[in-house]
Design a binder for this molecule. Structure first.
Ligand code: ATP
Length: 370
């Protein structure tokens, strides 16, 4: 549904070496929700705005539904109002002097394809129904909550029956509880309509919850893409592993296995570990082993003999869990324990037992590539 080739955008006066969007290729299949995920400034919003026609690229091509939307080399540029898209921004952008239904009707009563008032109201009510807001139709926009206003802008984006929905951090301005509800509603509407959607976010949990596929970006480029479960469980790049919260990283060497095998025996500075490999490894090759904090179990004793001897530096309470920072040799590891406080404090000796099945070894060379 969306095909992007060699998309490049430069902003004048940028001092960093790379372009804001740096030669991106993208294919987004019909009916799927794909997330652009990455840290602030990585180029997600610019990519979305280029697809929307709110920015002009310096190079590359964009096709929507097979139709060429822009190609600077051939002087082709279809403006935002002529693209088959609906856009929802972070700031709800509802008009305060209008009611909910008037906000949704407005785009239907302007532009080339305008319809009469009765038809506009009928279609606007349909869209409000879709986002669960029909009963608030005649309420002035400022009298709606943040979540309701964001749903009005979603209804407004849907009302022209676009082929593609573009959502730019649509949940960022909502408080935590509301964010989950609106997120689930967006996903429900998207699946019900089967509408191809690009969703921009910097929030990993949001991306995992909402996406068919996640595209991880850094410095204007795509680092990797994959299904949410694969990006979470088995990232191929170190950048992705770190960005997805796998904060423990230990350098090691492949002792046995690797290559075409799924698991390898890895030697680390303070022990051995058998774990999944991501990418090509050979015996003797350097890797970095990534382990989630929740996969490092702390214990005062080590009956398994697999534990690494360490010392507790400090702990942090999060409500449903504790994070312990434990020094093992030169490395500070983070362990997340969901049980009652294990009663450890600064200076206590402890064994750190890795759950091998969730650790992942990434070839060390990928650090240089990213
Ligand atoms: P965020 O999550 O903070 O919104 P992002 O990943 O969406 O970040 P973009 O907004 O696409 O990133 O910005 C990519 C880069 O381009 C950044 O370095 C940003 O400073 C720069 N940039 C974006 N818009 C402009 C502009 N209008 N003029 C100059 N530079 C810009």
């Amino acid at each position: 549904m969306i095909e992007v080739r060699g998309l490049t955008k430069r902003y004048p006066g940028r001092t960093v070496s790379r372009n804001a969007v740096d030669g991106i290729d993208l294919d987004i299949p019909e009916g799927k929700l794909v997330t652009l995920l990455g840290p602030s400034g990585c180029g997600k919003t610019t990519t979305l705005r280029l697809i929307a026609g709110l920015e002009r690229p310096d190079a590359g091509e964009i096709r929507i539904g097979g139709r060429l939307m822009c190609a600077p080399a051939d002087n082709v540029y279809v403006g935002v109002h002529h693209r088959p898209i609906g856009v929802v921004f972070q700031s709800y952008a509802v008009w305060p002097h209008m009611t909910a239904v008037q906000n949704v009707m407005f785009p239907l009563q302007s532009g080339q394809k305008k319809v009469n008032r009765a038809e506009a109201r009928r279609r606007a009510m349909e869209a409000l129904e879709m986002v669960g807001l029909a009963e608030f139709a005649d309420r002035p926009a400022p009298a709606l909550s943040g979540g309701q206003q964001q749903r009005v802008s979603l209804a407004r984006a849907l009302t022209r029956e676009p082929e593609v929905l573009l959502l730019d951090e649509p949940l960022s301005n909502l408080d935590a509880g509301l964010r989950d509800r609106v997120r689930d509603e967006i996903r429900a509407v998207q699946q019900r309509l089967g509408i191809t959607t690009v969703f921009v976010t910097h929030d990993q949990d949001e991306a995992l919850a909402v996406s068919d596929e996640v595209i991880v970006m850094d410095q204007g480029r795509i680092v990797e893409r994959g299904q949410a479960q694969d990006i979470y469980r088995c990232p191929r790049e170190e950048f992705t592993a770190r960005f997805m919260g796998i904060s423990n990283s230990l350098p090691g060497t492949v002792e046995a296995g690797g290559g075409a095998e799924e698991t390898a025996e890895i030697t680390l500075a303070h022990g051995r570990l058998r774990c999944l490999t991501s990418g090509e490894t050979t015996v003797g090759s350097p890797v970095n082993v990534f382990i989630r904090p929740e996969s490092l179990v702390l214990s005062r004793k080590d009956p398994s003999g697999r534990g690494w001897k360490g010392t507790v530096e400090f702990s942090i309470y999060h409500g449903d869990c504790w994070d312990y920072h434990v020094r093992v040799g030169d490395t500070l590891l983070r362990s997340r324990m969901y049980r009652e406080k294990v009663g450890l404090s600064h200076g206590d000796p402890v064994f750190v037992v890795p759950e091998e099945e969730t650790a992942i070894a990434i070839p060390a060379a990928s650090a240089a590539a990213s």
